[in-house]
Each structure stands twice: as structure tokens, then as C-alpha cells.
Ligand binder design. Sequence first.
Ligand code: DLL
Length: 403
Amino acid sequence: MRNAYENVDYYRDELNKEGVTPEDIETVDDITKLPFTTKEDFRDEYPDGLFAVDDDEIIRIHASSGTTGKPKIVSYTEDDLEVWSEVVARSLAAAGVEAGDTVQNAYGYGLFTGGLGLHYGVEELGATVIPIGGGNTQRQVEMLEDLESDAIACTPSYALYLAETAQEMGVDIKELPLRAVIFGAEPCTDPMREEIEERLDVTGIDIYGLSEIIGPGVSNECYEAQDGLHIWEDRFFPEVIDPETGEPLPVGEEGELVLTTLSKEALPVLRYRTGDLTSLTYETCECGRTMVRMDNVTGRADDLVIVRGVNFYPSEIEDVVLEFDEVAPYYRIDLDRVDNLDTLEVTIEREPEFDGSVDDLRDRVMTRLQNVLSFTPDTLTIAEPGGIERTKVGKVKRVYDHR
Ligand code: DLL
């Protein structure tokens, strides 16, 4: 808190408004005196208003989707990167990975925290990382075979797609040495986990994290119990609140996860409202670890959409739609899962006056969407005027998730 108060104007102003100074924080319970940080604060302070150190101390930048066209920019000092590698190494150890093992890292490398986050954690543990990144599925299967990977890190939906691809290639994936799939970046339901474990003959391990706090490695399941994710609470302090009222909930009740970083230098975050719904348990775990556990995250308090591990808010699509005079201010997003891969269909509507080429309009809107979303919708449909159903009563529904 001292780091945030003394080095981030935003926090100093907010805390002064509340009349709290670092001296007022004496026990853990005092944390409720602090205001929440929200994704809107990241938006308002874009790009670096929440940074607590000078540029020359920052040695890495990552980014993730924001509520408008602008992403949330996050930064790390050398010490932050060491902490990150350590919590990911711990997560991998909890997943049963050991020094000497080989881990195929199929998370995307780049601004997304998944690739480099997992990468350095594997090295920190003393295991071998195969930095293959996302996609290239046939290649992934060949690597699993030829390099005898012990674990693969990827999204849960990709794990299933991988199993299917292996089957098509005539490879019996169950016969490979692969022991664990370390899945995260998107929710995984129980039936989906069972299917992963069954089809690949592995232990499925859930890894959780978010860019604003550090990236992957905020919490992780242990392979011994597979019963909740241990939060590395020496680094990240968890609370669960009622998303409507903001009030702390009794232990065990489901609500919105709120996280405070305890040792981040470049980007200290106080009481961040993650939007992720979960509950906490302080009961002893059979693995012997004493750190608090959170339940698997299967829902969100807001409308964040996760497609193939990439996040976006519907408002980002809305922003694009509103940029085009030829397009009416209505849109619809349909999410589905085909052959275990997420698909995203965007439908927009042309204005009645528009009499140009629909193909050309589609190309232009598509290009804009690709730039804003950093991936390509599978289909962009341009409906006739009135083609998108209007909401006449109650909340407008834009996103239809058929998964
Ligand atoms: O997705 C970090 C990550 C990478 C975690 C690789 C695990 C593996 P962001 O792009 O900032 O960071 O997205 C964070 O993704 O608030 C959740 O809504 C969702 N999410 C992440 N892990 C899980 C999980 C990375 N295990 C947002 N289960 C979070 C469910 C998850 N949702």
C-alpha cells in the first residue's frame, strides 16, 4: 500500500479522498478500508497512470483486453518478473511437474501473458520448455510424440482439439508419455475436464491468473487433490465480495474475487475487482499445502467474453460498429463450439440508405474488428435493415453463447 500511495498519483488521490494512509493499515482486516480498483480505472489511467516506477525500471510490458478499444497495459520490474517466474514454478510443481520434465507451452507468445508467463516458470523450475506457442496443431502432436513432453500448457478447449487432431493423424495420444494438461485462461467445466482427462489419459490441472495482477500463476490446483486452486497468498491477497453491493462475503460463499498484490513493484494493485466468480476455503488440503484455495472459476460478474483464450468485451465490437455510418447501431455476437474449437460470429445490420457493395463493407468492418480484437471473427454477417432483433423490454442481449 505504501508503494501505491507514495508512487501512484491515482492511488494517493483516491486514498486521500477516503482519508486512509498506509499508517491506518495495521491488520489484515483493515484492507476493507481501501477503495476497490476496477477495470474502468485501468481504462481511465491508460496507458501508464497506474505505474509506480520510472520507465527505466520497467523491463517488460504485456497487455490484455480493455472495455474500450484500448487494452490494459501492465508492466514489470526485474523483481516482478522473478516473483512471476517463482509463482508459475510453484504452480507447475503443484501440477506435478518436476525439474527434468519437458513442458510444451502452447499458450500464445506476445502481449498475452500466457506464453512468456508459463515459459519462464518452466525454466525457473528447472524443467525444459518447448516454446511452440498457440496453433500449429499437427506440429504440436508431432512434438508430443517426438520430444516425449510430460506436460502441455494450453486452454482447455485447445486440449480437446489437440486430441481430435491426433486421432485424425492416426496418433494414439493416450499412449504418449504426456501426464498432465495445465489448462487455464478460460473456464473449464467439470464435464470438459473429464473429457480432457479421458481422451488424453492425463491429469487435468487448472491454472488461474490475470494480467492486471501478474498473469498466469495467481493460483493453481494441486495434482494430489485437484480440489480447488491454491492462491499464492504470500503474493496476492484474496477476498470475495458481493458483486452487487461490494460487501465482503462470509468464507465459502460464492461472489466476485478481489485481489491485492502484496509485493508488486511496477504495478501495485489494491483490491482489484477481477469480475471472476468463485468462493474460498481455508480447510486443510490433502496435499499438505496450507495456502487458501479458490473454487474453479466458471462465471463472471460482467460481460467479458473469452474465445479461444482471448478476451474481449462486447463494447469493443460496439465501438467499431458505431464508427461506420453505413452500419446501424445494432449487433449480435454468437459463440459456439465446433469440433471443440470456439467460433465467433458477428452479425451487424446495414443502414436502409446504404446502397454500396455489401462485400466491400464487410471487408472494411472485418479489418477494423481484426485490429481491435487482435483475432479474426469466423464470420461477419451483414443483415438487412431490421434484421437484428430489437430488445423491447429489459436488458439488451447482445451475446448468445451456445457453448
Ligand atoms: O488469461 C492469464 C492466464 C494465461 C491464465 C494462461 C492461465 C493460463 P488475461 O488475458 O488477463 O490473463 O485474462 C484474465 O481470464 O480474469 C478470467 O476471467 C479468465 N481466466 C484466466 N484463467 C482462468 C481459469 C490470462 N483457470 C481472465 N479459469 C480472468 C477460468 C480464467 N477463467
